[in-house]
Design a protein around this ligand. Structure first.
Ligand SMILES: Cc1cc2nc3c(=O)[nH]c(=O)nc-3n(C[C@H](O)[C@H](O)[C@H](O)COP(=O)(O)O)c2cc1C
Length: 202
């Protein structure tokens, strides 16, 4: 009887091991993942002053769920905390298609196969430092997954602009959520991120 139970226990262990290996293989088949995001601290549309930006909140949840590395896209010159002043700077930068210089670089970018790129929508577009980021690396053959926070505009065709900027990359379906939801409703935010990640296979 003891021998039988031991045999049963060992075969169950073997089956468990098989499942664990399958899981590991699945994770490594997805490749190494980077979550790069731009997010602003200060006076937020319809929220007030924040010490963590809405997009950063979403980026951190994604990083935790997909086990990826986080990278903040940081311009050398940070944006004004005042909402009105930031609008003035941002609309000028968009008008002249500025490429603000960044303060940091991704170490060993080549190691990443999948790059989630996150940003707030500014004037129906991604903030210009996001384009500096996209133009600073070779995205050929990589998978890009956009996500954004906004006050009503959704992705606002930024997924298409990213494709134009990085034509040799593969784009997966992006994610959008209102900044106020990301800021005030963690349960809804987390469940919407989970459903989207499941839909796109992560
Ligand atoms: C300069 C500026 C322009 C904005 N333009 C838009 C816009 O065109 N459409 C929109 O839905 N939200 C717009 N917003 C709101 C932000 O997209 C929203 O508050 C976002 O969640 C901020 O993210 P963050 O905290 O990560 O910076 C704008 C905000 C700023 C500061």
């Amino acid at each position: 009887m003891k021998k039988f139970l031991l045999k049963k226990f060992l075969s169950m262990l073997a089956i468990l091991g098989m499942f664990l290996t399958l899981g590991e293989n699945f994770a490594s088949a997805q490749g190494k993942i980077l979550i790069a995001y731009f997010s602003r601290i200060g006076e937020e549309y319809s929220i007030g002053n924040v010490s963590k930006g809405n997009t950063q909140i979403v980026a951190e949840i994604i990083a935790e769920k997909v086990n990826g590395d986080l990278f903040e896209i940081k311009p050398i010159q940070s944006y004004p905390a005042s909402y009105e002043e930031c609008k003035t700077v941002a609309s000028h930068e968009k008008a002249i298609k500025a490429r603000p210089e960044l303060a940091n670089r991704v170490e060993n970018f080549d190691q990443y196969d999948v790059i989630f790129v996150g940003y707030p929508i500014w004037y129906g577009d991604a903030p210009m430092p996001v384009y500096t980021f996209l133009e600073s690396y070779d995205f050929s053959g990589k998978t890009i997954i956009p996500f954004c926070t906004h006050a009503g505009s959704g992705l606002s065709s930024t997924d298409q602009t990213i494709t134009l900027t990085c034509p040799d990359s593969k784009l997966l379906q992006g994610f959008e959520i209102r900044g106020a939801i990301a800021h005030n409703d963690p349960a809804q935010t987390e469940s919407r991120i989970s459903s989207w990640l499941n839909r796109i296979g992560y």
